[in-house]
Design a protein around this ligand. Structure first.
Ligand SMILES: Nc1ncnc2c1ncn2[C@@H]1O[C@H](COP(=O)(O)OP(=O)(O)OP(=O)(O)O)[C@@H](O)[C@H]1O
Length: 218
């Protein structure tokens, strides 16, 4: 079963033009441009400190570039009618979970905040798919690091956003969940979704993809 079996995203386009990124007075990215269409995956590569996380945060509108712009369907993200992040789901290094709440409660609250309320059954089904059966109603503070990461990943499967921006999504996962995530990524691409991710792990993913390596000229 695929989470995306009943959702196919309409054609969208992400365009990045003339990005210049500086952190702590160091120039990390100079005049970067690229575009991404439905069904495409972009892997952002580069050594530690090259600026991968900084770039992802800019693509999500969490921080501003020194110059340049990020457009979704031809409109700068800051001017999107539904807000700068309504088209995307972001998974950063932190899992953004409330420790006192269960996996089910975290998923249902976050999904509701993102405009798509889900019922208990749907939350439990996705947690089960992530191998968390039996842990659905345990406060997440009692889960292991890898199990917390699984709850955070379950959120991606629920929110149905066309663009996924994922910072090291495979880190701290065991082989079973790497496989679940790998097939979720493939299903998202097959549903005309887009993915931008960083990873230091080589995980083969079927679909149209390319690599952007930061810091080559530094
Ligand atoms: N808030 C900040 N203030 C100053 N410098 C920062 C800040 N955030 C990041 N940096 C610096 O920017 C550079 C790029 O950091 P970034 O986290 O984007 O790299 P990365 O490519 O994701 O690295 P890694 O592979 O280690 O995760 C680093 O040298 C980092 O120290």
């Amino acid at each position: 079963m695929s989470h995306a079996s009943h959702v196919v995203f309409p054609a969208h386009r992400l365009e990045v033009e003339g990005l210049v990124v500086e952190r702590g007075e160091r120039l990390l990215i100079r005049d970067l441009g690229f575009s991404l269409a439905g069904g495409e995956l972009l892997q952002v590569a580069g050594r530690n400190g090259a600026g991968k996380t900084s770039l992802l945060r800019i693509l999500c509108g969490l921080s501003r570039p020194l110059e340049g712009r990020v457009c979704w369907d031809g409109v700068p993200v800051q001017h999107q009618e539904e807000g700068p992040t309504a088209h995307l789901a972001y998974l950063g290094h932190a899992n953004a979970l409330k420790d006192e709440l269960s996996g089910e409660e975290n998923l249902r609250i976050q999904s509701a905040l993102q405009g798509r309320g889900v019922g208990r059954d749907e939350a439990w089904e996705v947690l089960g798919r992530m191998g968390l059966g039996g842990h659905e109603d345990l406060p997440v503070k009692f889960l292991s690091q890898g199990q917390k990461r699984r709850v955070a990943l379950a959120r991606l499967l629920l929110v149905r956003r066309p663009l996924w921006i994922l910072d090291e999504p495979f880190a701290a996962l065991d082989v079973q969940v790497i496989e679940v995530l790998r097939s979720a990524l493939e299903a998202h691409l097959a549903a005309n979704g887009m993915i931008i991710l960083t990873t230091h792990q080589a995980v083969p993913i079927e679909g149209r993809q390319r690599t952007l390596t930061l810091g080559k000229a530094a």
